[in-house]
Design a protein around this ligand. Structure first.
Ligand SMILES: [Zn+2]
Length: 594
């Protein structure tokens, strides 16, 4: 690790940094826990140690320091993670160092692409304010957007030109980088090469798409043309090194604080719906942008909440994308409620026509997903005939099976039977089976740690010079008398720690199971052990090792007796007597228990 990384690590607060990504609750004197962002779970097995500055997940064994966390969650290299943490902590960056020329080139390109997007955003905003932007301003005003709202979302206008943006940006980057930005198009030539670049977005209202840190990485563009020339109503930036559609949730950068505060996310389909709802004060709103959720998007959302209120366009509620998103969220254990708006309005129109109070009331009245689905089944298959009931059930069964928790499935099945008036024993049995189908995942955490091992692990993990005595005692004992420690389940971890020098304790233990045991010991710690505690632990280990040896000797003695090997017998008996005496002495010196 470079000196700079070392400095950043010392100054960084891992709890603060991780809290920027997921919700943490204080769960001990020095530790915090939350839902692991790296695997699916319903109850928290992810812990962060505030003093020792590491995180550890007992579910998926993800583990490491602040850089490893940021690297993993942002999917960036180590140097990039160091930079990100430094920026968060307000530590000025030195000249950049990279591990390979490719990595340097990639980072340079990303930075350049971000600059291009930033400049393009500002330029589109400027165009919207200018004379050419009049039509766009009129369109936005018609949709109820104020200048403040427009500024907040940095909405802009791409004028009706093939080269205006290109001319603005061409001094900033080479052709290859401009091409990679996704802001331009080109036509394939007769010889297979790409022709000149021209502006991709023309005569369109530009909605920036930001990543979770609020940096613009792409655009959605709405046409202002009508008739044949119009083309698609909305077009988006293509996938670029900065932007991948499945990895962005629209407005999450602005909504995430409110999502955590209110403990749910309001999910709408369109970006315009999202902007409109947000600007009227409901700030925990995000948009799917009309396509089905991806697993990455679900994972991003889970870092902030596991409760979602869905307000999809009623026409679209049955649509493939909406249904797929809800199905995925259900499978991932989210609690889902569904809003239905009067008069079949979409959120944008509803809130403009009926006001924010009516909208808030509609959110409050949102129904559990199961109630919503049962209602839908009744509407789709009305009537009391057995045939209709079978159809309604067949519609519901896959939804029931999808729920990861047995309790929720049971409840759903009972409700469905009741509300659909299913009295047939056969159908009831089928519902019951659907509820049984999935096995709940029970997390069992084996606690194989003895108290003595806890003390030793903690002592060997000491880094501050103040408690150095305790550390040295433990390390010395391991070096001098390895045999005493050999039968301990944590022997590998203890050995690694004893010889770790200046490195981080969690870093030196490579074996996953061993690292989990170390994490368990450290996370339960209130303060580092004192020298006297360590002495007591060592003595207990020594006693246990003697007892172990005594048991061995007893069986050797019995064996020698059977064989009639009296020389051997005398030797073994002498050894046993020596051990007995040592043990008695140790017991006599046992320090009084605190
Ligand atoms: Zn995990």
């Amino acid at each position: 690790m470079s000196d700079f990384a070392q400095t950043v690590k010392q100054q960084a607060d891992i709890v603060k940094v991780i809290e920027g990504y997921i919700r943490l609750r204080k769960s001990g004197a020095q530790n915090y826990s939350g839902l692991c962002p790296f695997h699916k779970e319903k109850s928290p097995s992810f812990s962060v140690h505030a003093v020792r500055q590491f995180y550890h997940c007992f579910g998926c064994q993800a583990s490491g320091d602040v850089f490893s966390f940021v690297g993993k969650i942002e999917n960036v290299s180590f140097p990039e993670a160091v930079r990100i943490v430094a920026q968060k902590m307000g530590i000025p960056l030195p000249k950049r160092e990279f591990s390979s020329p490719e990595e340097a080139a990639e980072a340079r390109q990303r930075t350049k692409l971000q600059e291009l997007h930033e400049t393009a955003t500002a330029w589109f905003e400027e165009q919207l304010r200018g004379p050419e932007g009049a039509v766009a301003r009129e369109y936005l005003a018609g949709r109820g957007l104020t200048p403040e709202g427009i500024a907040k979302f940095r909405i802009g206008y791409a004028p009706d030109s093939f080269n205006a943006l290109r001319d603005r940006l061409k001094g900033m980057a080479d052709d290859q980088t401009l091409r990679a930005s996704g802001l331009f198009s080109s036509k394939e030539q007769g010889d297979g090469t790409q022709g000149n670049l021209y502006d991709r977005f023309r005569k369109r209202v530009m909605f920036p798409i930001a990543n979770e840190s609020g940096r613009v990485i792409a655009f959605t563009a709405r046409t202002l043309e009508t008739g044949e020339k119009a083309g698609a109503k909305y077009i988006n930036s293509p996938e670029t090194p900065l932007y991948s559609k499945g990895q962005v949730l629209f407005n999450l950068d602005k909504a995430r604080t409110a999502i955590r505060q209110f403990e749910f996310a309001l999910l709408v389909e369109g970006q315009m719906d999202c902007i409109s709802v947000f600007l009227r004060g409901i700030q925990n709103v995000i948009a799917t942008s009309g396509t089905a959720f991806t697993e990455q998007q679900v994972a991003m959302l889970r870092r902030h909440t596991s409760n979602v209120v869905v307000n999809f366009d009623p026409d679209a509620a049955g649509s493939n994308a909406a249904e797929k998103s809800i199905a995925l969220l259900t499978e991932e254990g989210f609690t889902i409620k569904i809003v239905t708006l009067d008069g079949g309005l979409d959120p944008d129109r509803f809130i403009r026509e009926r006001g924010v109070e009516a909208y808030t009331a509609a959110i409050r009245d949102s129904r559990r997903q199961s109630d919503f689905l049962i209602e839908r089944a009744r509407q789709m298959f009305p009537g009391a005939s057995a045939d209709q009931k079978v159809k309604a059930m067949n519609y519901l069964l896959p939804h029931i099976r999808r729920m990861p928790e047995k309790l929720a499935r049971d409840q759903f099945a009972v409700d469905a039977a009741q509300k659909l008036g299913i009295d047939s024993a056969v159908l009831r049995e089928e519902l019951r089976q659907a509820a049984l189908r999935r096995r709940d995942h029970v997390e069992t955490r084996a606690t194989a740690l003895t108290e003595v091992e806890r003390v030793l692990l903690r002592a060997l993990a000491i880094s501050d010079p103040e408690n150095e005595d305790a550390r040295r005692l433990a390390a010395q004992a391991l070096a001098d008398q390895p045999a005493w420690f050999e039968h301990l389940g944590t022997y590998t971890a203890l050995q690694a720690l004893a010889t770790r020098q200046a490195r981080d304790p969690m870093e030196v233990v490579d074996d996953q199971a061993q690292r989990a045991l170390l994490a368990e010991a450290l996370l339960a710690e209130v303060k580092p052990p004192e020298a006297s505690e360590v002495r007591g632990a060592i003595q207990e280990i020594q006693e246990r090792s003697i007892e172990h040896r005594q048991r061995q000797l007893r069986s050797f003695i019995a064996e020698a007796e059977r064989r009639g090997d009296f020389a051997e017998l005398a030797l073994l008996t002498q050894q046993k007597l020596d051990l007995d005496r040592t043990l008695r002495q140790l017991h006599g010196h046992r320090p009084p228990k605190a």
